[in-house]
Write a protein that binds this ligand. Structure first.
Ligand SMILES: CCC/C=C/C=C/C(=O)SCCNC(=O)CCNC(=O)[C@H](O)C(C)(C)COP(=O)(O)OP(=O)(O)OC[C@H]1O[C@@H](n2cnc3c(N)ncnc32)[C@H](O)[C@@H]1OP(=O)(O)O
Length: 301
């Protein structure tokens, strides 16, 4: 281990995720890297503006996750933020600039229609995370404000550092959260009362409460340890059959939004094809031979 208590290979991989290079072309708000085989790291990258979500961000996330969904070399995605905090939420300067531009003929109906279209586009920025068949882990540090909570609730596994606070901030800026928090947070956190309290008061929730309420599954001492832990977790997932892993995500998301009976029916229809995959035989054989999934080679998906 190194002086920071990380295994040296983990430390090398965590350094590979460092944000020193800045955003990755063609993006201006995101830095994309491949810290380990089959793992794509998407880093929110506007550190000087605390990763506030500007116009480019809302568009680039859709482009980025559409590409990742198709990328056969990617099996797991890890999202994090560069700099002082994960994100300060929506870029308030950008939003003020053009949110309520009237339509050409200054007609309320048409202006509202345009705003509705805009909201659908903003919603898609986080829905693409949920639609992406690859599991998405998110590693949060510092603060996760407003749109940040919308983002993380669309992810599959949430981790944070001990210094993190979360804030459903929208009521403070005079709006009801409209890009996912009010729909997804109640399905993430068991307590409806707590969700209501957070959304209605915009109070900060700190890491310990985030853990006890189920918003995050693990809390780490600092960002470096968290990124190493996230990478290890991502590696464990990436080592398993991509058909099994992606089928599991798709069925978990489906079942969250349907009755048990509907979920079971969907599952049966899904596995009547997928159980015929060579991955089932390979994986079962590895279990019988007491091999790690990391020793099994699965074809790309
Ligand atoms: C249809 C829309 C769908 C989406 C809805 C989403 C809604 C939301 O996200 S609501 C939440 C909006 N965000 C906020 O209200 C947070 C605003 N920021 C802050 O309160 C503070 O910046 C913060 C407590 C996070 C940090 O304070 P600190 O003193 O540490 O840093 P600052 O000096 O304030 O900030 C550093 C530079 O970053 C810029 N910045 C911070 N937040 C935003 C933001 N949300 N939008 C745009 N820019 C932001 C800040 O202006 C500083 O820039 P500069 O002056 O150039 O150094």
């Amino acid at each position: 281990t190194s002086d920071r208590g990380l295994w040296l290979p983990a430390q090398v991989a965590v350094r590979a995720m460092s944000s020193s290079g800045g955003p990755t072309s063609p993006y201006t708000s995101l830095a994309i890297s491949r810290p380990a085989e089959s793992i794509t790291h998407v880093e929110l990258h506007r550190p000087k503006k605390l990763n506030a979500m500007n116009k480019a961000f809302w568009r680039e996330m859709v482009e980025c996750f559409t590409e990742i969904a198709e990328d056969r070399d990617c099996r797991v995605v890890l999202v994090s933020g560069a700099g002082k905090m994960f994100t300060a939420g929506m870029d308030l300067m950008d939003f003020a600039e053009d949110a309520f531009q009237p339509g050409d003929d200054n007609d309320t109906g048409r202006t509202s229609w345009n705003i509705r279209n805009m909201l659908h586009r903003y919603q898609e920025t986080f829905s693409v995370i949920e639609k992406c068949p690859k599991p998405v882990l998110v590693a949060v540090h510092g603060a996760c404000i407003g749109g940040g909570v919308d983002l993380i609730t669309a992810c599959d596994i949430r981790l944070c550092t001990q210094d993190t606070w979360f804030q459903v901030k929208e009521v403070d800026i005079g709006m009801a959260a409209d890009v996912g928090t009010l729909q997804r947070l109640p399905k993430v956190i068991g307590s409806r009362s707590l969700v209501n309290e957070l959304a209605l008061t915009a109070r900060k929730m700190y890491a310990d409460e985030a853990k006890s309420s189920g918003l995050v599954s693990r809390v780490f001492a600092d960002k470096e340890t968290m990124m190493a832990g996230a990478l290890e977790l991502a590696g464990d997932i990436a080592a398993r059959s991509p058909l099994a892993v992606q089928g599991t995500k798709i069925n978990l998301v489906y079942s969250r939004d349907h009755s048990v009976a509907e979920g079971l029916e969907y599952m049966a229809a899904w596995n009547m094809s997928m159980l015929q995959s060579q991955d089932v035989m390979k994986s079962a054989q590895a279990v019988m031979e007491k091999k790690s999934p990391k020793e099994v080679v699965f074809s790309k998906l």
